[in-house]
Each structure stands twice: as structure tokens, then as C-alpha cells.
Design a protein around this ligand. Structure first.
Ligand code: ADP
Ligand code: MG
Length: 353
């Protein structure tokens, strides 16, 4: 089920005069059968967008399409959506089976068929052996799977997940996100996954949108957005460790940080902001980009070098290099920078130069 958001806007009116534009003119097409990540910092309008898609919130202006159907006036229960929240919201006094079957109560389905459907979905999400337990007797990850099963039992057209992993500890979060990916693949159901965690969104989404203050920043395949950020906000929001940011300038077709000549760059002379991914540095014999290594962190294959920032010695930046170089704290190095790892932004607007 392809979902189209057309000029979708939500303005919240609290007391007189006070307006919050939570979602600002979104125009997004969410591809059918894919897992789509809605990503951005807290308060950027992710939940508001999801609740408008679900029908729990009405847009101020704009439309929502499920395929060719304008669902904007359709109430939530008639949209064919399954919704999962951060806090699983299971009924504590009911068993897993009763929780999963709850949405079937107001559906015409005979008891046996309902039981079979519930078992099938429970097996799919990997909790088929826990049907007689109460939520209290389950781990957080298992509870979240019950919530997902409950959302899937009516075979919705769209699955909507709002920060579904936030309440889980790190290990369970990793495991459950892979599980969600598997369930999505196996069911082929169009899924929108809301998170503020860029790594989470990047790792499981077929496509992502990055939102900032209710406004779309960029839409695309996660790796493509990472490799080609449209602006400084997106460049900084994606990636761990984050992109390094330098004051620099374009001069006579070259890019400089201080006196260091970083790359050729075809743009008019100007002051710019330069983003360089930590994996963009190469240790070389000759270069004007000279650094002193402060600290060295080696984790497995990668070594992270922590280096005084050329614009401000009290700050540092990070370069990830192969551990085979055997770099030691105090070493003096010269760097080349891989052109594909350099991003140049307008100093005022943060837009690409
Ligand atoms: N019911 C509401 N009334 C007023 N403002 C709201 C309401 N719900 C959300 N907001 C505001 O809208 C903005 C977006 O909120 P939300 O969609 O919850 O963000 P996110 O899910 O990305 O953290 C925030 O500034 C939030 O304070
Ligand atoms: Mg939210």
C-alpha cells in the first residue's frame, strides 16, 4: 500500500495566540511494501505525522492517500492500520493470547478462526509458545512482540511503529529491531518506523526521511542520504561518530582548512563550513594537512584518532584509520582526505555549496 502525504500540515493551538507548527507542509511518498524510517530529533513532528497517518489526529491542512484512496476523512478504525507504541500498552490482566485477539472482538470472525490467526501471528513474531502467559511474565522484548502481533492480527494495510524499541535495553533493542525487519520482510506490509535514533533508522529502513522542526530535510535510501547529505543538519544528524565540522574556505578552486589544502573544489571563492566523515582520512607521507595525535582508541579492526581541532585547540576531531598503522598518542601525521567523504556547506544557510 503506497502512502502519499500531500502538503500535510499540523498546527497545534494552545491558549490564544500560541501556535506550534508541528508538521510543516510534508510531501512524501512512502513506497508500498517497504520499511520506511521517519527520523529526526525529539520534537520534530514524527509522532504527529504518524498519528495523522493513523487517523488519531486530523491534519490542519493537506491530505493522506492510501494508494488511490483519500483517507483524510476516514476514521482510524476504518483505515486498516496497526499501531505500536513505545510503551506496549498491553492489558495486564489478559493472557498473551487474549491480548493478541483483542482487536478481533468487533470483527466478524469465528472463534476457531480467530484462535488460529492469533497463533499464526504469534508464531510469526516468535512468541507462539507464550500464549498463556500474562504480560508481567514476559521480558520487555517479548511484550513488544505481543504488541506487534496485536497490531498485525487484523492484517492491516499499514503498520505504524512509534519508537517501538525505546523502552528496551541495548541488547534487546538490537535483537528486536532485527526481528521487526524480518517480520516486515515476511509479511511485506508497508511499515512506518518512527525513531530519533539515526543508527536504528539507518540499519533497518529501506528508505528514510529526515525531519527537522516539522520540515522534510531529505528522503532516500539511508546509505545514499549518508553519502550525499543535502545540508549540514542531515550531515551532522547521520553517522557515529558524527561528521567532523571545520571552518574553511574555497580559494582559487581549492578547499582549505587554515593553511592545509584539502582538495580541489569547483566553486567561487568564499568562506565555507566543511564536513569530513571520520572514515575520510588517509595517512600519507606528504600533505599540507598536518596533525598531532592526542589519543588513540582501538576497537577491533578500527582505530579512532582524537586530534586537536584546527579551528579551536580546546576541541577535537576524530579520524578512523586502519589499526595496522599502529598510530601512538603523540605521533605527528599527515592526512589526505577522500573527496567522497568531504561535504561543503554554505557558512550561513548550511546548504550544499
Ligand atoms: N497535543 C499537542 N498540543 C500542542 N503541541 C503539541 C501537541 N503534540 C505535540 N505538540 C508539539 O508538536 C511538536 C512535535 O511533537 P511530536 O510530533 O510529538 O514530536 P516527536 O514525535 O518528533 O518527538 C513539538 O513541539 C510538540 O511539543
Ligand atoms: Mg514522538
Amino acid at each position: 500500500m503506497e502512502i502519499t502525504l500531500e502538503n500535510l500540515t499540523k498546527v497545534f493551538q494552545s491558549k490564544k495566540e500560541e501556535e506550534t507548527v508541528a508538521v510543516d507542509n510534508l510531501d512524501i511518498t512512502i513506497p508500498s511494501g517497504k520499511l520506511f524510517g521517519l527520523l529526526g530529533p525529539s520534537g520534530c513532528g514524527k509522532s504527529t505525522t504518524l498519528y495523522m497517518i493513523s487517523g488519531l489526529l486530523r491534519p490542519t491542512t493537506g491530505k493522506i492517500w492510501f494508494g488511490n484512496e483519500d483517507v483524510t476523512p476516514v476514521p482510524p478504525e476504518e483505515r486498516g492500520i496497526g499501531l505500536v507504541f513505545q510503551n506496549y500498552a498491553l492489558y495486564p490482566h489478559m493472557t498473551v493470547r487474549q491480548n493478541i485477539m483483542f482487536p478481533l472482538e468487533n470483527v466478524k470472525m469465528d472463534k476457531q478462526e480467530g484462535l488460529e490467526k492469533a497463533q499464526e501471528i504469534a508464531d510469526l513474531v516468535g512468541i507462539g509458545h507464550l500464549m498463556n502467559r500474562k504480560p508481567k511474565q514476559l521480558s520487555g522484548g517479548q511484550q513488544q512482540r505481543v504488541a506487534i502481533a496485536r497490531a498485525l492480527v487484523k492484517s492491516p494495510r499499514v503498520l505504524l511503529l512509534d519508537e517501538p524499541l525505546s523502552n528496551l535495553d541495548a541488547r534487546l533493542r538490537l535483537q528486536t529491531r532485527e526481528e521487526i525487519k524480518r517480520i516486515q520482510r515476511e509479511t511485506g506490509i508497508t511499515t512506518i518506523f518512527v525513531t530519533h535514533d539515526q543508527e536504528e533508522a539507518m540499519s533497518i529502513s529501506d528508505e528514510i526521511v529526515v525531519l527537522r522542526e516539522g520540515v522534510t530535510q531529505q528522503v532516500g535510501v539511508p546509505q545514499k542520504v549518508y553519502d550525499n547529505p543535502n545540508n549540514l543538519f542531515v550531515a551532522k544528524f547521520l553517522g557515529t561518530p558524527p561528521i567532523n565540522v571545520f571552518d574553511g574556505r574555497v580559494e582559487n578552486g581549492k578547499l582549505y582548512i587554515g593553511d592545509a589544502d584539502i582538495a580541489n573544489y569547483d566553486a567561487p571563492d568564499q568562506e565555507v563550513t566543511i564536513g569530513i566523515r571520520p572514515e575520510g582520512f588517509k595517512i600519507v607521507e606528504r600533505s599540507s594537512f598536518k596533525v598531532d595525535v592526542d589519543l588513540v582508541e582501538t576497537i577491533g579492526r578500527d582505530t579512532t584518532l582524537i586530534i586537536p581541532h584546527p579551528n579551536d585547540e580546546t576541541q577535537s576531531f576524530r579520524a578512523i584509520v586502519d589499526s595496522e598503522y599502529g598510530v601512538q598518542p603523540g605521533d605527528k601525521l599527515k592526512f589526505n582526505v577522500k573527496p567522497s567523504k568531504i561535504h561543503v556547506f554554505n557558512k550561513e544557510t548550511g546548504e550544499l555549496v
